[in-house]
Design a protein around this ligand. Sequence first.
Ligand SMILES: [Zn+2]
Ligand SMILES: [Zn+2]
Length: 421
Amino acid sequence: MAARRRNRLRACAECDLVVEMPVLRPGERASCPRCQHPLQHRQKTPLQNTAAICVAALIMLLASLPFQFAHFELPGSAGQMAVLDAVGGLMRVDQALLALVVVLTIVVLPAVYLLAVAYLHIGLLLGLPLWKGRVLLRLLRRLEPWMMADVFLVATLVSLIKMSDDADVGMGLSFWAFCAYALLLLKTTIDINYDHLWLKLEGEAQAPFGARPGTSARSQQLQACRSCGQLVYRPGLAGNSCPRCSGHLPALRASSTQVSWALLLTAVMLYIPANTLPIMETTKFGNSIAANIMGGVIIMWEDGSIPVALVIFIASIVVPLFKMLVLGWLCLLAGQRVQMGQLWRYRLYRLIEFVGRWSMVDVFVVAILVAMVQQGTKLSVLPGPAALAFCSVVVVTMLATRAFDPKLIWHADEMKQEVSP
Ligand SMILES: [Zn+2]
Ligand SMILES: [Zn+2]
């Protein structure tokens, strides 16, 4: 095969089909013909665009920290918060683990991500030698699901609507900077062109001689690196590392679902206290109400806040349950000789991967309300024991989903042969 064609071969990271990439014009995108997973996109000036957006996101992140984020006022009581008060408030009420999750997901991990993106893009644009460039580039994809500025923004709106029944609420300067930061962060994750970055950093990926498009990489004893896309010849398909980016190439085995099963069972066990114990204790004019998630939804529904009740019901009850059921079903069928509905199973997998982080809305709502309402006699909000359990359900189900390799959906026959030779 001509060298010209070997550098155009890629295997889809999700379904493992080897595809010969077409030559794309700026603005065009290529997706996998079997599972429709996006494979490559081409921009006119990929490095400049992403560098500009990413630096703007960093500036907006800095601008969102020092000023007032939101405030409320009711006769005889008032309160306000800055973004980091959502962390400080939880620390004050001895919820250090929750505070850690909040600060990591809304500020620290996005800041690390944006700094790494800025460093790599500006370094490549200026032609500078990049210290630890490979390591940082491999890290970026891993960070993406754990950045939740957009979820925090939705939680802020939910909290303000919740409070607007009793108090006058408003947003401060930092809120608008945070909106811009969340949108620019999202735009950075959409625009970042990993294929182009690896090309600039390590040169072109060359598929091994004899690799051919149209069949799975696995059937040709090949494996695609999840970090850089390089196709690697792996006779015996034992564990190995990628020669181009040094990323780990885990062996694909049906038994790999054991990690997903273990995490899934942990999530199921945590789901029980998360839904039965109170998630938040609110005291209004001497009346204390400790409500669990469903209780909170019913109270909001009866108060007439139907859209907020629906958001919390879907994000906190429906989504985690749906995720656990779907993942359990996918794990059950992985390694079985079931080829029916492969595309639908894969779409369900992508859906639970996408919606997983949105369940954090309720955790952020608790953090925001605790920060806004300084503990006083008229109004006080405290997190209940379910808050940490619920946060753990979200994190553990996300880990369980990521531990599941979607290639298992497409390799039903080969997996079965390996499990029972
Ligand atoms: Zn595919
Ligand atoms: Zn690689």
